[in-house]
Design a protein around this ligand. Sequence first.
Ligand code: 3H9
Length: 690
Amino acid sequence: MSNFVSVASDNGVAVVTIDNPPVNALSFHVRKPLYEALAALRDDPAAKAIVIACAGRTFVAGADITEFGKPLEQPELRAIIALLETIAKPTVAAIHGTALGGGLELALGCHFRVTDHGAKLGLPEVKLGLLPGGGGTVRLPRLVGAAKALGMIVSGTPISASEAKTASLVDSVFDGDLLAQTVRFASEMASRGEAFVPVRDRNNRLAETDLAAFDAQAADLARKARGLEAPLACAEAVRNAITLPFDAALAAERQLFLKLVSGDQSRAQRHLFFAEREAAKIPGKDVQKRKIARVGIIGAGTMGGGIAMAFANGGFPVTLLETSAEPLQRGLATIEKNYAVSVSRGSLTEEAKQKRLGLFKASTDYADLADCDLIVEAVFEDMAVKKEVFGKVDGVARPGAILATNTSYLDVNEIAASTSRPRDMLGLHFFSPANIMKLLEIVRAEKTAPDALATVTDLARRIGKVPVVVGVCHGFVGNRMLAARGAENEFLLLEGAAPSEVDKAFTDFGWPMGPFQMGDLAGLDISWRNRKARGLTAAIADTLCEQGRFGQKTGRGWYRYDSGAREPVADPDVEALIRTKAADLGIAQRNIGPDEILERTLYPLVNEGAKILEEGIAARASDIDVVWVNGYGFPIGKGGPMFWAGLQGAAKIVERLEYWHRQTGRPVFEPAPALRRFAVTGSWESVPNG
Ligand code: 3H9
């Protein structure tokens, strides 16, 4: 008995309850008493069956991630599962909430798994750069077959109780009181007097495996792994389960796990796991949150429509406002079409689509925003227009309603000051498509009230977003750093790199695409308009835009896109234009390798992040990582720019920035004091924040 594991008897069935809030992770202080309890029950004639259950909101959600990277204290999870498999009396896992990772592996050590209807089961280790290291890769295929197990383990996505039942992962899905039903089930199994076969010895499903089909499936998954080691290790381990005897496959799984857990990729992904949760914690979060029952969205264009969908998807009634009937109808039609696409792809049921559409109220009258608790403006990115909109909102919104501007760059303090209620005002920078992209920069203006901030941070998580609180500056965290990352792009071209070479250096690093391909996708006219508004120029990009080359949408940009294709093709006209511009400017061209490309783009990115940190625009370096991984495609296996800076060695980054600063004199290369400090201490926490 301990505070974390207790044993009770119910009609001769021993119920072992794990109680380790918040998610019943298998920390050492759980493993030890759990092992001891199971060892005692194995030999206890009074216990005719054993049920493993959990207190609180969930079954075991996995190993304790905070213990990875430290010396492991015995007994480890594998020993507990091995012990379970020596127990002759029936053992049953009673699963509610989520059985994830080591939690599901523990359940796989039992003879039976039963759940309630809401349970979810999965092996999400791959998302932490790992593979299941408690026998999951060897036992799961024995129950659900190798193909299904491979899909579950490589995707890391949990499945529902009903899917698990269909796949033979669980034996029963119960209505009503899970524990009472499980005890009855265990008792019934015990009364059969049978010798139940542990999962490790159930080989029938594996024997049916079509190895060639399996290899084809694994090869397909490997192609999508984009430099990540864990998905490949997962596939290798499941293959071992098919081709090797149980114990050999289990030992091989262990070796793969140990390699991954000590590697940089898993460290990076574990860092991101905690960083995302940390980012949602803001000072003053204990304040009483405001009630949000209805959300108003102003503007039914691409952004407004996407934001409206994001809230409707989270179950919130939405009032969608436009200036007149025509754009309103167009916006609604797009929303309906987007939902229809989800239905046709099978990711949404027709019923769910109708339910979500039923949450929309369309209006062209600001007075209809009076019952909204949060009002998000998503109109044209122009200060005068935004102020006009908030002038009208100010007149109709109820007292205490939170007012949010969806701006990517504008000064939220200035917008707030134009209203009579700056305490209720903040920025919500959604990323496009807003119904899909996870990142949400929440802009805290000077006068934003702590309870307004806490309310939207909480709300963001409820609609499936990853919120990061940022301060006011041009471009906030993400776009400001993006500008620093791109500052050298044109110089690289003028000095001799082709757009495709720059893009390739990026994709080889692990980005989904490079900056020029990205520009073509987003539309070159957008940054052109931004530059013009700020009195800035870009020698090559401006000329491309003057030629009507706006990117994919015009079939021409940095690349050519033949007959509507999305695949970029290098364009000799662009290369000729670059050469001409270089000659005009007297810049000699030379070969530029990928290392130089990355140095001149990613080191300024880190440097700008350091400035953002010292200015207090971001509260933590890890918040910056969360922004870049979730909003801009920074490779997860590298943990975000600030984490990666540590892997690279900040001293090296400072040295190379100094070099490029001497060469070019450009401010983007001037190392920030915060970066210099990080280079000395090795910790971003040593940097004064704001
Ligand atoms: C594994 O099992 C390896 C094995 O195969 C092999 C071993 C040999 N450990 O997400 P939330 C904390 S790898 C430690 O906000 P929700 C979390 O940091 C593991 N801490 O709640 C947060 O702390 P705080 C495989 C954990 O309701 C608090 O719990 N399992 C762990 O939105 C609440 O978390 C996974 O990868 C953990 N395992 O979501 C599952 N899990 O309050 C990871 C959570 O201080 N966990 N915490 O910020 C999850 O996916 C979600 O937490 C879960 C709940 C869905 C369970």
